[in-house]
Ligand binder design. Structure first.
Ligand SMILES: NC(=O)c1ccc[n+]([C@@H]2O[C@H](COP(=O)([O-])OP(=O)(O)OC[C@H]3O[C@@H](n4cnc5c(N)ncnc54)[C@H](OP(=O)(O)O)[C@@H]3O)[C@@H](O)[C@H]2O)c1
Length: 264
């Protein structure tokens, strides 16, 4: 029987690369992204790459309160059971807090926190009942420390990081085979994120930490398959994150964070 995975923000960047890995393993795809030519382009590109692939798309702004239920009902009607949910859709808002557009920041919080929460709740209920399924939630290394000038984004990703790990623990304690994975990528180049966040001239995407979306997707996918609670893609950041958060004083960590978020 055909298995299905749902990827939010699967039309570009990391989400598109994760979609390719899922398709290569035989999953039919449900992709949700904002109404845009990119969504149709992604569907056409995936169908060209993988002959016979089933791709359903839904053009929807996921920052709206009603979106999660719409996605769940749409998925149920299209394919029935979803085995893998990838909560990947996201964007950044960069700048001094008073200069950031209030509505855009609120929409980001709704997308990263409320919609991710509601989608997780809706799909997890079925997965738990079937004792089968995987949820991958895209967090970020910005979840590990305060992020001056990327303050709200980092705080929203901290929610994703903590929420996902707590659920992963609860599922294990309940003896469930369902797994939840928080993915915490360092900065990723060649996606639409940097420009959309107004971060073209920051230090963030031009240093030793930076990865490609292909590498992030591969590490995330393997980690999710292995049932890991947390995946920090790439070779460098994991050991550093371990020691940074535990050993260095908070004041120093915030200054280092500020350095990497500085405008050149
Ligand atoms: N790039 C990085 O440095 C980095 C680092 C750590 C974590 N992440 C996280 O990784 C995830 C993917 O980022 P990316 O770098 O691949 O960025 P991207 O190329 O901009 O992709 C973001 C995806 O999310 C979708 N999306 C954004 N807002 C949406 C909304 N309101 N409703 C529905 N879909 C929406 C976009 O669709 P549309 O194009 O239709 O808007 C797009 O498909 C995000 O959660 C991001 O926070 C990124």
């Amino acid at each position: 029987m055909q298995k299905y995975a749902l990827v939010t923000g699967g039309s570009s960047g990391i989400g598109l690369e994760i979609s390719k890995l899922l398709a290569a393993e035989g999953y039919g795809l449900l992709i949700v992204a904002k109404p845009d030519y990119e969504l149709a382009q992604a569907k056409a590109g995936l169908e060209k790459l993988f002959a016979g692939l089933m791709v359903h798309t839904l053009a929807l702004d996921l920052s709206l309160r009603t979106s999660a239920e719409q996605v769940y009902n749409w998925a149920e009607q299209k394919v029935g059971t979803v085995e893998i949910l990838v909560n990947n859709a996201g964007f950044g808002t960069y700048g001094f807090i008073n200069d950031i557009d209030l509505e855009q920041d609120t929409a980001m919080l709704d997308l990263h926190v409320i919609t991710l929460y509601r989608l997780t709740r809706l799909f997890l209920k079925d997965m738990f009942a079937n004792n089968q399924g995987r949820i991958m939630n895209l967090s970020s290394v910005s979840a590990f420390q305060p992020n001056p000038f990327l303050q709200t984004y980092g705080a929203s990703k901290a929610f994703v990081y903590q929420f996902s790990q707590a659920i992963a623990y609860e599922l294990r304690e309940k003896g469930s085979a369902v797994r939840v994975t928080a993915v915490c990528p360092p900065p990723v180049k060649n996606t639409a994120f940097q420009h959309a966040a107004g971060m073209d001239r920051t230090n963030t995407f031009d240093n030793w930490m930076v990865l490609t979306p292909e590498k992030v997707a591969l590490d995330a996918y393997r980690g999710m398959k292995a049932g890991k609670a947390v995946v920090i893609p790439g070779p460098w950041y994991f050991p550093i994150a371990q020691s940074l958060t535990g050993l260095l004083p908070n004041a120093l960590i915030i200054r280092m964070s500020r350095y990497y978020l500085q405008t050149r």
